[in-house]
Structure formats: C-alpha cells, structure tokens
Design a protein around this ligand. Sequence first.
Ligand code: IPE
Ligand code: IPE
Ligand code: MG
Length: 250
Amino acid sequence: MSLIDQIDKTKVPQHIAIIMDGNGRWAKQQGENRIYGHYEGVNSVRDVVEGAGQSGVKFITLYAFSTENWNRPKEEVDALMELLVSTISMETEKLHKKNVRLQAIGNLNSLPPACLAELNESIDLTSKNTGLTLVLALSYSSKWEIINAIKQIAVDVKNGKIESEDISEENIDHYLCTKDIPDPELMIRTSGEHRISNFLLWQLAYAEFYFTETLWPDFRKEDLFTAILNYQNRERRFGKTSEQLTQPSE
Ligand code: IPE
Ligand code: IPE
Ligand code: MG
C-alpha cells in the first residue's frame, strides 16, 4: 500500500509547520555554493505543498526566512529575496488553479518593496480560495511576534478597549500574526537539527515534533506522508493519563 493510502484520513493534522533546514549543507555536499541549495529547495516546497493538499491537511506553514537570517552575508540575503520574488511570481497561477490560499506571517514591512508587492498580489489573488492555506513565515521570529502582541495589548488596555483581567489564551491568540490559523499539531524540522530557532513558540505549545536527518532539498511529499504516519501513531495526552484517554469517562 502506498504511503498516502496508509494515512488515516480521520486523523490528519489540520496544520503542519515546517522548518525547512539544510539547504546550505546540501549544496556543499554537491560542491556548489549555498544559494544553489536554496534554489533546489523550491522543488521540495512545490512537492510538499502538493502532498499536503493530497493528504487533507488544511494549513501548512513554511519557515522560509527568520529575523535572524537577516544576519547572513548580504549576497545570500539578496539571493533569497530574489528567489522569493521569482518563486511567488512563477507559482501563484498554479497555486490559484489548485485552490490554494497564500498567507504570510512575520515582519513583512521589513521585506524589500518588490518582494512585498509580489507577495501581496498573490495573497490578494488567492484570498478567496477554499483549499489548502499555505502560510509563509518571512522575516519571522516568535519573540518579535510576542513582543508585538504585548505592545498592542498594552495599548488596548490603556485605551480601555480591553480590561487587563480579560487577558486570556484566546485573547492573546487574537494579537498574534496567526490569529485566524489553528495551532499546528505537527512540527517537522529537516537536516538533523533539534531546535526550534524562534519559530511559533506560543503556537507549538502542544505540537508533536518530528525530526529527520533528510536535508530540505531532498525532502519530498513521501517524507511528509511518513511524518504524518509517525504523528498518527502517537498518543496525545494533553496532561491526562493514558487510561483517561482509552477508557470512556463516567
Ligand atoms: C534553510 O537552509 C533555509 C534558510 C534558513 C533560508 P539553511 O540555509 O539554513 O541551510 P544550512 O542549515 O546552512 O545547511
Ligand atoms: C531556521 O533555520 C530558519 C529557517 C528555516 C528559515 P536556520 O538554519 O536559520 O536556524 P539555525 O541558525 O540553525 O538555528
Ligand atoms: Mg540552517
């Protein structure tokens, strides 16, 4: 039976978040420069987005560029921004035809204007689509997002829009970039690194983590299906005991 057929369609995570890591190392292994690895990584994005749609996932968030990535050599940052513009302009029509809705989270105003314009155009064009939602995390860091949320909450408390006593989990959700997006049930990181690198710290509070040695340019939809199958074999207890989950409550 193929991997996708083994997936229990009633237990597919609604939202998968991916830290796409290892492009630079992949390129080095091929004797090429890091930027070549980023270009090759686009093929993985295309395949994984298709696989996500096929498996019934509703939201997929891809960590494409972190706040910390601005500290990379200028040549690499410029190449990544150019790649972003060219990929979005090349892929939007296809995504639109497949009913995919594009969204973005992060400090988008820090992106080069051409990049932001291209991104906004695609977001607008696909905004009414009802299939998979593809969320790109760009110039994103979770601490930046949380600081921003706290600042906005402080302003709203000061203006009397909300009472400090009313601050709640749901309330905080509302102030984050991900306000209309359910929390990811599954987080995948490629390339053998076991860290979160400032990604969705709040939203991943109860996510299952899946780490693979595979470098991002080698990652394909079959690897995504393998991760989903692995997720489906886990028991998510949310603080309860295993017995509570398996025995009907009185
Ligand atoms: C992930 O691959 C892509 C981005 C962070 C933009 P890396 O560029 O981090 O690749 P490695 O980790 O150096 O191999
Ligand atoms: C995390 O990868 C960011 C993205 C995948 C966009 P990095 O390669 O930048 O993270 P660190 O430096 O290994 O933590
Ligand atoms: Mg890396």
